[in-house]
Design a protein around this ligand. Structure first.
Ligand SMILES: *[C@@H]1O[C@H](CO)[C@@H](O)[C@H](O)[C@H]1NC(C)=O
Ligand SMILES: *[C@@H]1O[C@H](CO)[C@@H](O)[C@H](O)[C@H]1NC(C)=O
Length: 324
């Protein structure tokens, strides 16, 4: 027989453990809601068939095997059919300040991005015809089927001088990318870096916009301070004039770059923006590997998840009822 005091101690421990369990379940319920608003997932289709669709998710690790864009599916050929895509990961999401940088594979010619695969599955930004082969990814019809939607731009600045005491009012950056990635990224930067919210606007690198106000100005290749995700996303700063990227200096996809201006080179706000884009920019989830899970394992996972969901829902419901 156990001594009496040991039994009562065990009882206290059990009660405490039970309480911790309940508190964690409550936390799980609010976290589940938080994940719903803080994450993004959308479909990426390499043909009009759902069997050729994958998911792109914020915070995803990416990676996995490469795929090939199918040729002539139901006579609806992808403009890039036969090219490889996927396998790019969060670890190699960072490019440089050169358009066409950040490709983990598929670089056979540094004078053009024409004919390249899609290592991070998203299509590169296009600066319009005549800039390093980007005309392949340019035009209204192409933009309509672009993974993540048409290209746009959105400004990134902050008014929170408590969080960023040294930030300058001239620190207005611009993100360039597909609609889904842009709208997710600006919301994420508002949350994490206290950026000022703003809606994206259309990307128009071709029309000469030198007369427009800075808030509506369009970025140029020489303004880009960082490319990401096989050059499908970029951050620019209008006060940066990278002479190596000027069309007149015959740029390549691995060219050098001028140093960043003194005003932004040590900016803590810029670091936050850059680090957050690297960490959370939507990325295609790994394609299924060749060695799939056995049917038994899949059934186990499905039953496990369903049971788990039922238990969590019941727990949340019980807490909800308890709070009423
Ligand atoms: C973004 O972060 C990476 C990694 O720290 C760094 O190499 C790169 O220079 C940064 N880009 C900018 C524009 O600060
Ligand atoms: C950028 O640099 C080039 C070459 O030095 C110069 O011709 C051009 O005027 C500069 N543009 C801006 C906006 O400063």
């Amino acid at each position: 027989m156990y001594p009496h005091h040991l039994l009562s101690q065990s009882f206290v421990v059990l009660v405490v453990l039970g309480l911790i369990g309940f508190v964690q379940a409550g936390d799980g319920c609010s976290k589940a809601n938080a994940i719903r608003v803080n994450a993004l997932r959308f479909r990426l289709s390499v043909s009009p068939s759902t069997t050729d669709s994958s998911t792109v998710s914020s915070w995803s690790k990416g990676g996995g095997p490469r795929g090939m864009i199918p040729i002539n599916v139901a006579n609806l050929t992808n403009p890039f059919s036969g090219r490889e895509y996927a396998s790019g990961s969060r670890d190699n999401i960072l490019g440089t300040r050169a358009y066409g940088s950040g490709y983990p594979y598929g670089v056979s010619d540094v004078t053009t991005i024409k004919g390249r695969p899609f290592p991070h599955s998203m299509w590169p930004i296009s600066w319009g015809p005549g800039y390093l082969g980007g005309e392949e990814y340019w035009g209204d019809d192409i933009d309509l089927i672009r993974p993540g939607g048409m290209l746009g731009v959105v400004n990134v600045s902050t008014k929170d001088t408590t969080k960023w005491p040294n930030v300058s009012s001239e620190e207005v950056y611009t993100m360039i990318g597909d609609k889904e990635s842009l709208t997710f990224m600006i919301a994420d930067l508002v949350r994490i870096c206290h950026a000022t919210p703003g809606w994206p606007r259309a990307f128009d690198p071709v029309t000469n916009s030198s007369s427009s106000s800075p808030s509506s100005a369009q970025p140029k290749p020489q303004n880009v301070i960082q490319y990401y995700r096989s050059s499908s996303f970029a951050l620019s700063y209008s006060g940066y004039n990278n002479t190596f990227a000027l069309p007149s200096s015959n740029p390549t996809t691995n060219h050098d770059s001028d140093p960043l201006p003194g005003l932004i080179v040590n900016s803590a706000f810029l670091s936050c923006v850059n680090d957050t884009i690297r960490a959370s920019l939507p990325l295609m989830d790994s394609l299924p590997g060749k060695k799939g899970l056995s049917k038994g394992a899949i059934a186990g996972i499905v039953i496990g998840s369903v049971l788990g969901a039922i238990i969590v829902s019941f727990w949340c419901w019980a807490i909800y009822i308890g709070k009423k």
